[in-house]
Design a protein around this ligand. Structure first.
Ligand SMILES: *[C@@H]1O[C@H](CO)[C@@H](O)[C@H](O)[C@H]1NC(C)=O
Ligand SMILES: *[C@@H]1O[C@H](CO)[C@@H](O)[C@H](O)[C@H]1NC(C)=O
Ligand SMILES: *[C@@H]1O[C@H](CO)[C@@H](O)[C@H](O)[C@H]1NC(C)=O
Ligand SMILES: *[C@@H]1O[C@H](CO)[C@@H](O)[C@H](O)[C@H]1NC(C)=O
Ligand SMILES: *[C@@H]1O[C@H](CO)[C@@H](O)[C@H](O)[C@H]1NC(C)=O
Ligand SMILES: *[C@@H]1O[C@H](CO)[C@@H](O)[C@H](O)[C@H]1NC(C)=O
Ligand SMILES: *[C@@H]1O[C@H](CO)[C@@H](O)[C@H](O)[C@H]1NC(C)=O
Length: 926
């Protein structure tokens, strides 16, 4: 029996000795980077001496009687990598030692899921060894081999490691089976052709045990070091760990969690799941991407391109462990160095988001349980009567006949076609819900979607090769296999039939995890390894089939086990193509389940939240996370989905929701109405004001979406993206920016008449009055009466605004007001992207206008960099300049004297300009 006594005084000595060779250099740290490859003998010699030192070290340890247990105690608590992550197992010493791991002393923990692991790897736990490597055009390849088996079945004994220096800021590391191909995520990723010449990173390896070390060359910061724990690559258990250079970690969705992750033994499961958002469990979408802020303000990102069930374990070392149950280890590392660039570089791999139609940025209204199209129509009319802006009306599943897709209830929703026609006549739009489950029980011949689907073999099959049957809203259903191109054709034809009946403009894809009210199928699931993998991450329900279909189900591209997390992405892709085909305009799609590259096809709403103050707050971390995931078109259900809202909550939520990139008020059935017309006149007025503010700001929002589409800029932006050196911004999740321009500080608590917000260093202007505050980087308290949301303009920006109308169709014809917020050196800049708002690929075809606005030396200049006819339809009517320190004596507009107003709070107004947007102009004040 070994002794596990702690010898704390020995700890530091032992760990130092283990990490360093005789010359003080870490043993496992010989440079094998690609630059080294040509460098030959010297390094081989160094390696050999390293090995010698290691061997001598072992002898030294033996002579000094250092045994196995001291290696265990040498591992500091925060560096314990969990050797027994199995859930719901009481780990005994026997179980732990049977894996060759260290068992810690002390009491058996009651809850070890979130605690320090009691069973952890010793530093010499067997792993893979890197053999010699060969240089390739883009980097290098090498083999990883292991001699011993792990405690999981089907270890892969020989792996191929491929390292590619794809761009100066992007490194690609791929580890897979050296002999047989394995499942890989079918994503169109860019293929580099030329090796990066001046990479921001360097790559080194530890040969035995294998480890990958990635450093930022400029600072020497170690971004990744996977030597800290053994690599596992069994058929259904792949694990790799790394230390992190800081605790400022973001991303890894979809979860209800703080924006800045907690690294105190926090494990995040990733598996698409239909559940009302709850903390620490897996939700609707899967995004294995993180962004990390390093000391000093540089940022990097890591994307694991893998679609299997996985979990990410975070620990305070700080360190991170990926555990996935299939596929390969395919990593992209993005070096930034600023966070905006990291997210752009990520989207260069997964794809940039689609440009939404302009109307998609208007206000959307929905509820489950209008019950009839007449009632839906009445709501639209009430909104018009109160002149509250609304662009889009939606219906939930109650429009369907028997909750079946593509079948409209011809009694309760008899007037639906007329309603949609009326919406279109008013420049408004209509969006319908669709669920993937296709009703399978009606008599043959009565429901084309199922009959035809069967005939064409578009459904997911069970292991016996028959359509897998589950249960969703219509009762028993089959599930379309969107990995099959035939299914896309069939889906398109169904949508065409529906569109001929109800000319919808956009689609809402719900229940696409895919959700199933019975676990697996009507016949349960198989007993095999796919339905019961040897390792089960801690997902809700504890089983792969919990509230979804069997993992063993067959899809044309692979088994559902591999494709589950891609279901929402593939459905959105099929739907996006269908909408283009049917309408010939930009598709508008909102999807519940999402995966990397989703932004190319759809936006996302944050799921079935409740009408609670806390849920309103959680929406902000949700927004910001999806900004990192390349899905900028995102918002939560304004006023909350389930349970009843209060008037106060709904006012505050409408104010915040006016700043969601995707702004929709949505309610569940049987709850009190919560659309703006349902409240008191005062509440209605406040909600209308919030929406008019949104409509006023749409030229900015639209331009931000253009930049998102063009290069992956974020729309709803975390503060630290703009102030990466200010650590006080790292945990801000109650405020956010629109681009670099506007700071939004909503009230998130009941009974408040003020709000505290953080203002990074610099001058900030009150959006409404132009009054300024010069912040030293501090939290400030502001008045926030119930009818007011605090919005501030950042110094040095120019904001294009437009007089709001009842719809974006009306707003888009109104004149612009340009608001310049001067920096401390009296400069500012901004831009405007403008096109017809709905045609496909306007930017790609050059059919757009693009303007840049600059202020220098008391002169505002509008420069038209690209123009089309759209810019000739609108005028610039007003210029507001915030922060003009001295009262001007004269103002000239393109050389001519012009009347103006100057206010004591250093605001200059120049009105009645009526300048065509399509021509450059200048305004000068002296
Ligand atoms: C390296 O090249 C040699 C010679 O062509 C080959 O035998 C070996 O398999 C290659 N190694 C790897 C890791 O590809
Ligand atoms: C990587 O981690 C190993 C194991 O903890 C350590 O010995 C080595 O010094 C680390 N390398 C770097 C560059 O930090
Ligand atoms: C609302 O949903 C989003 C995402 O699904 C989640 O991030 C947020 O935490 C949810 N809020 C609550 C408390 O349910
Ligand atoms: C619903 O569909 C069934 C079967 O096609 C049809 O007989 C029935 O009339 C429809 N009912 C309504 C209300 O549309
Ligand atoms: C809807 O309104 C129309 C026109 O007022 C009326 O004829 C029809 O009966 C109504 N339908 C329902 C289902 O209430
Ligand atoms: C499912 O079964 C149908 C026949 O029932 C067949 O046409 C189809 O190709 C099968 N699909 C898959 C992915 O196996
Ligand atoms: C406007 O200002 C920006 C930022 O300072 C600068 O990059 C750009 O060249 C300027 N454009 C014009 C047209 O003056």
């Amino acid at each position: 029996m070994k002794s596990y006594q702690k010898l704390s005084t020995d700890v530091s000595r032992i760990s130092e000795a283990e990490e360093e060779g005789a010359d003080g250099k870490p043993l496992c740290h010989q440079k094998l980077s690609a630059w080294w490859l040509g460098g030959g003998l010297l390094t081989v010699a160094a390696l050999l001496s390293g090995v010698t030192v290691w061997v001598l070290g072992q002898i030294w340890w033996d002579q000094h009687g250092i045994s196995y247990w001291s290696k265990c105690t040498s591992v500091p608590e925060n560096r314990r990598f969990d050797c027994y992550p199995e859930k719901n197992v009481v780990v005994t010493r026997e179980l732990c030692e049977s894996r060759g791991c260290c068992f810690a002393d002390g009491e058996m923990p009651l809850d070890r899921i979130n605690g320090v692991p009691w069973c952890f790897y010793p530093p010499d736990f067997p792993s893979y060894t890197l053999g010699s490597t060969n240089e390739t055009d883009l980097g290098l390849v090498g083999f990883l081999t292991r001699e011993t088996k792990t405690y999981y079945p089907k270890d892969l004994e020989k792996l191929q490691l491929r390292v590619e220096f794809e761009t100066d800021s992007r490194l690609h590391v791929k580890i897979t089976d050296a002999t047989d191909p394995r499942y890989e995520v079918p994503l169109d990723v860019p293929q580099a052709t030329k090796r990066a010449e001046n990479p921001l990173y360097s790559v080194e390896f530890c040969k035995e045990p294998f480890g990958l070390i990635v450093k930022r060359r400029l600072s020497g910061t170690v971004l990744l070091n996977t030597t800290v724990a053994p690599l596992f690559f069994a058929d259904q258990f792949l694990q790799i760990s790394t230390v992190l250079p800081s605790t400022f970690l973001y991303g890894l969705g979809e979860h209800q969690s703080n924006f800045l992750h907690n690294l105190e033994w926090n494990t995040l499961p990733l598996w698409a799941r239909d559940v009302p958002p709850m903390e620490s469990y897996n939700l609707y979408g899967v995004h294995p991407f993180y962004l990390l802020m390093e000391k000093g303000g540089a940022a990097h990102g890591v994307f694991l391109l893998n679609s299997n069930l996985m979990e990410v374990a975070l620990q305070p070392a700080p360190a991170l462990t990926w555990r996935t149950t299939g596929g390969i280890l395919d990593f992209y590392i993005f070096l930034g160095p600023d966070p905006n660039l990291v997210v752009q570089q990520y989207q260069q791999v997964i794809g940039f988001p689609a440009m939404p139609p302009f109307w998609g940025l208007g206000f959307h209204l929905c509820r489950w349980g209008y019950g009839t199209s007449n009632k839906t129509w009445e709501t639209v009319k009430a909104m018009r009567n109160f002149q509250i802006p609304q662009d889009v009306q939606w219906n939930d599943i109650d429009y369907m006949n028997g909750s079946r897709d593509f079948a409209v209830d011809s009694e309760k929703f008899a007037s639906l076609p007329q309603m949609v026609e009326d919406l279109h006549k008013h420049g408004q739009y209509y969006v319908l819900i669709l669920d993937p489950g296709i009703s399978s029980v009606q008599p043959p011949g009565s429901y084309w979607p199922y009959d035809e689907g069967l005939k064409r073999g578009v459904f997911i099959n069970n292991t016996e090769g028959k359509p897998l049957i589950g249960m969703v809203w219509p009762g028993f259903t089959a599930f379309p296999d969107f990995s099959n191109p035939t299914t896309h054709e069939w889906w398109l034809e169904n949508l065409k039939h529906l569109h001929a009946q109800v000319p919808f403009d956009g689609l809402w894809l719900d229940m696409n995890e895919p959700s199933n009210f019975i676990d697996g199928s009507t016949e349960g699931c198989s007993k095999g390894d796919l339905d019961n993998p040897p390792y089960m991450p801690g997902i809700l329900g504890g089983s792969l089939s919990a509230r979804t279909i069997c993992a063993s189900a067959k899809q044309s591209l692979s088994v559902h086990y591999n494709l589950h997390n891609l279901y929402g992405l593939m459905e959105a892709k099929a739907t996006s193509r269908a909408l283009v085909e049917i309408r010939g305009k930009r598709p508008f799609i909102i999807s519940r389940s999402t995966f990397p590259s989703q932004g190319k096809y759809s936006g996302h709403w944050l799921g079935d939240n409740q009408s609670k103050w806390k849920d309103m707050f959680w929406s902000i971390p949700g927004l910001l996370s999806f900004s990192l995931f390349g899905v900028p078109l995102v918002g939560a259900d304004i006023c909350g989905f389930s349970s009843s809202t209060s008037e106060e909550l709904c006012i505050r939520w409408m104010q915040l929701g006016a700043f969601y990139p995707f702004s929709r008020n949505h309610n569940t059935q049987f709850e009190k109405a919560q659309d703006p017309t349902a409240f008191s006149p005062a509440a209605r007025t406040a909600m209308k004001a919030a929406l008019e503010l949104r409509y006023t700001l749409l030229p900015l929002l639209y331009s931000l979406f253009h930049r998102a589409h063009l290069q992956g800029d974020t729309v709803a932006r975390p503060l630290f993206f703009e102030f990466p050196k200010d650590e006080a911004t790292y945990a801000v999740e109650k405020q956010f920016l629109w681009g670099r321009v506007l700071l939004v500080t909503p009230v998130l608590e009941p009974g408040a008449d003020s709000v505290i917000g953080y203002f990074p260093k610099g001058v900030w202007y009150d959006y409404y009055t132009g009054s300024s505050v010069n912040s030293s980087g501090e939290s400030l308290k502001m008045a926030a009466p119930l009818d007011h949301i605090n919005v501030h303009l950042r110094e040095g920006t120019i904001l294009p605004t437009q007089k709001p109308g009842g719809t974006t169709w009306l707003t888009r014809r109104n004149p612009l007001t340009l608001v310049a917020a001067l920096s401390q050196t009296s400069t500012a800049w901004g831009d405007l992207f403008w096109d017809d708002g709905d045609s496909l690929d306007t930017f790609e075809k050059g059919d757009y206008s693009y303007l840049v606005f600059n202020v220098t030396q008391n002169t505002f200049i509008s420069t038209v960099l690209h123009s089309n006819t759209e810019a000739t339809y609108i005028t610039v009517d007003k210029l507001s300049v915030y922060g003009v320190r001295e009262e001007p004596k004269t103002v000239t507009v393109s050389g001519k004297n012009w009347p103006f107003t100057y206010l004591a709070n250093q605001v200059l107004y120049v009105n009645n300009l009526q300048l065509p947007l399509s021509q450059g102009f200048s305004v000068r004040w002296m």
